[in-house]
Write a protein that binds this ligand. Structure first.
Ligand SMILES: [Zn+2]
Length: 264
C-alpha cells in the first residue's frame, strides 16, 4: 500500500516517527524552495530549516489538525503559509506597511484582465517573467509585456515608484491579500479545477468577474499555481539528506531490513 499525505497527517497527529520522517523527506525540499524564494537573505542561515521543522512538527501543530482528509495540495498550500509566517516570526520585525496598498493597486490595474493581473501579481511573489510563464502557461514575452503595461500604470498612480516596487512589497501585499477574504471568494477546488484543466473560466462569467476584481482570489490562485508547480518538481530527500533533520527532531534511526543493506 502506498503511504500518502493523508497517512502522514494522521501519524504526525499521533506523534509517530513514520509520519514525521515522511514529512521531513517529502516536504523539506518544499520548505527549502519557499525559503529560497521569499527569504533569500536567510540563505546562509544553516539552522533555519531545522528551527522551522521544530516549530511545525508537533502533534499539536495546527498544520496537522485542520485537514481531514488532507489531499496533498491543500496540505502544501497550508504549509506554505505557515512557513512564511514562521520565518517572519523568527525575524522578529513587524511586517511593514506596503508602499502601495491593494486599493491603489486595484485602481491602477483596473483595465487589466484577470490573467494579466495574475501575471503582474506573481511579481510580488518574486517570480520572473520566465517562471511566471510556466505557472500561467503563458509565453514569458507576453508576461513581460503585461508587466511593462502594469508598471506604467502603477507608476502613474504613485509619487515614488521604482522598478522593483511590487517585488519589494511582496510580503506585506501578500499578507493583505490573504486577509482580504470576502464572502463571494472562491474555494481551492474551483482554482485547482482550472489549474488541472478540468475547467476553464469560459462560461463562468460570474466567477471570472469576481476574481478579476479581487486580490484575495488573484493571490489565492497564484499561490495554488505555485503549489502545483512545487509538487510537480518535487524530489524527496534521500535518507542521507534527511538524516540531519531527523536528528534535529529526535526521530529515531530506522533499522533497515538486511536485504536493503545488501543491495547498497
Ligand atoms: Zn475573492
Amino acid at each position: 500500500m502506498i503511504y500518502t499525505c493523508y497517512d502522514m497527517v494522521r501519524d504526525c497527529r499521533a506523534g509517530r516517527a513514520e509520519g514525521r520522517s515522511y514529512f521531513v523527506s517529502q516536504y523539506v525540499p518544499v520548505i527549502q524552495k519557499l525559503v529560497a524564494r521569499y527569504f533569500p537573505e536567510c540563505a546562509a542561515d544553516g539552522t533555519l530549516i531545522g528551527r522551522l521543522l521544530v516549530a511545525l512538527d508537533r502533534p499539536e501543530s495546527s498544520l496537522f489538525q485542520s485537514l481531514d482528509p488532507a489531499p496533498e495540495r491543500w496540505f502544501v498550500a497550508e504549509l506554505r503559509q505557515r512557513v512564511l509566517a514562521a520565518v517572519e516570526d523568527f525575524q522578529g520585525q513587524p511586517v511593514p506597511q506596503p508602499e502601495i496598498d491593494l486599493e491603489t493597486l486595484g485602481s491602477a490595474l483596473e483595465p487589466l484582465t484577470m490573467v494579466e493581473k495574475q501575471a503582474a501579481w506573481l511579481e510580488t511573489m518574486r517570480y520572473t517573467a520566465e517562471e511566471a510563464g510556466v505557472l500561467l502557461r503563458m509565453d514569458p514575452r507576453t508576461v513581460e509585456k503585461i508587466r511593462d503595461k502594469a508598471r506604467e500604470r502603477i507608476r502613474s498612480c504613485l509619487n515614488a515608484w521604482r522598478r522593483t516596487l511590487l517585488a519589494d512589497n511582496g510580503r506585506p501585499l501578500g499578507r493583505a491579500a490573504a486577509l482580504a477574504h470576502t464572502e463571494p471568494c472562491l474555494a481551492d477546488k474551483a482554482f485547482l479545477d482550472v489549474l488541472d484543466g478540468r475547467a476553464t473560466w469560459r462560461g463562468r462569467d460570474e466567477m471570472e468577474r469576481h476574481v478579476s476584481t479581487c486580490w484575495h482570489c488573484i493571490d489565492h490562485f497564484c499561490r495554488l499555481a505555485e503549489v502545483v508547480e512545487l509538487l510537480r518538481r518535487l524530489t524527496p530527500l534521500s535518507e542521507a539528506g534527511a538524516r540531519p533533520f531527523y536528528d534535529v527532531l529526535g526521530i529515531p534511526r530506522r533499522s533497515e531490513p538486511a536485504w536493503k543493506r545488501w543491495l547498497r
